[in-house]
Write a protein that binds this ligand. Structure first.
Ligand code: SAM
Length: 203
């Protein structure tokens, strides 16, 4: 199965409440993945055995349940477990747009819920490790209001599962709550940008 990494290095960046929310979202992530027709192989990287995340996970799951889950956890970094050129860090702050889902890549999601948004946290992590980054094409497909483009971990999981199964952004972005946007753009973003190029050429 294609791996999907959750980077568990953010416990120091969260309050107790935020960490509890993150673990609730991760439990939902695990459930959706388990029920999916084409699940990912989930990897929780940077998970410290005596850290705050692990304590919270074991509070929610018994250790027997935890051991039975289809999650490979490790205190090692993703860059030590996968070839760097295969890794793509997903972050809303990336200048690059994810256009197509690549079945040979290992996507990384930051396991963080930040109520008061700390912008650029996961982007900084990716840059420090010199990893490729990408943001979801939210603006390109959806009429987005002014709200933050940071999605929750379970929304990210549903989007990645739909992309893996269908390769279709219209399908995948149906997972974004409709209160966050004002519907899909009428035209395919590819066509819009072609027209823009033509317009530019004429000018
Ligand atoms: N301020 C945090 C940061 O620095 O990433 C926001 C965390 S967001 C709630 C949780 C994770 O979901 C992010 O680390 C990222 O991996 C993923 N994510 C959320 N929205 C995204 C988007 N629009 N594009 C790509 N990844 C996104």
């Amino acid at each position: 199965d294609q791996p999907l990494v959750f980077d568990m290095s953010y416990d120091v960046n969260m309050s107790k409440r935020e960490l509890e929310n993150t673990v609730s979202q991760l439990m939902e992530v695990e459930g959706c993945n388990r029920r999916a027709t084409e699940p990912f192989h989930l990897h929780f990287c940077n998970l410290q055995p005596d850290g705050a995340y692990m304590r919270e996970l074991l509070k929610r799951y018994s250790s027997e349940t935890w051991d039975r889950l289809l999650i490979t956890s490790s205190d090692r970094q993703h860059v030590d477990l996968f070839p760097c050129d295969q890794l793509v860090y997903l972050t809303a702050d990336s200048p690059n747009v994810l256009r197509t889902f690549d079945h040979s890549k290992v996507y990384i999601i930051g396991a963080i819920v930040d109520r008061s948004i700390q912008p650029g946290l996961s982007l900084a992590n990716a840059k420090r490790l010199k990893l490729a980054t990408a943001r979801l094409p939210l603006d390109e497909f959806l009429r987005w209001g002014t709200g933050a483009k940071n999605l929750t971990l379970d929304q990210m999981m549903r989007i990645m599962l739909t992309l893996k199964e269908t390769g279709n952004w219209d399908e995948a972005l149906k997972q974004v709550p409709t209160r966050k946007h004002d519907g899909f753009h009428k035209h395919q973003p590819q066509k819009i940008s072609e027209n823009r190029v033509k317009g530019l050429k004429k000018a």
